[in-house]
Design a protein around this ligand. Sequence first.
Ligand code: IMP
Ligand code: MG
Length: 192
Amino acid sequence: MIPAPKYPYPFIDHIIISEEEIRERVRTLGEQITEEYKDSEKILLMGLLRGSVMFITDLMRQIQRPLTIDFMSVSSYSGTSSSGFVRIDSDHKSNIHGWDVILIDDIVDTGYTIHTVRKLLADRKPNSLKTCALLDKVERHKIDIKIDYLGFSIPDYFVVGYGLDLDEKGRNLPYIASVDLKRYQELYGDLN
Ligand code: IMP
Ligand code: MG
């Protein structure tokens, strides 16, 4: 692991996935989706705001099929822990009936978010429904789920960057970095 530069977020600990590694993995995920959806004219990438934004904008450029995107905003997290209760803050706009939907989140932790949203979307009768996440902390799952298109499995670190945040900080980093929680608390006080 390479120590992360302390600028612009002094609470960053280590870069755990570099820009190059992300770019390469996103490219192969795009290739895989292009191949597996080669007969579909109705691909819809459904991103969960706001964490999946950087991932979805990179991934969509690597899928050589006609596609469209939509977003939902959901929350279950405060600070560094999942509440287990998933709230829909803003629903998607398009009718997904008959579409080949790929639900995209930044990271899977307990699994409640992606599981809950997946069930909700399934009730809306898409033609097909798969899940995609950049990161998965498999050892923290509280339910039995498997992500169809996964970027990387990671250990139980709290991470920021490439769209992911800690209380809205760190989203614009181009890599995935672990957080020094002790340092974070010295800087910003206790996490709620
Ligand atoms: P789950 O519902 O417990 O699976 O939590 C998934 C959601 O929690 C993701 O959409 C993220 O917004 C957030 N999350 C979980 N772990 C992290 C992390 O390490 N960094 C940033 N956000 C995280
Ligand atoms: Mg999220």
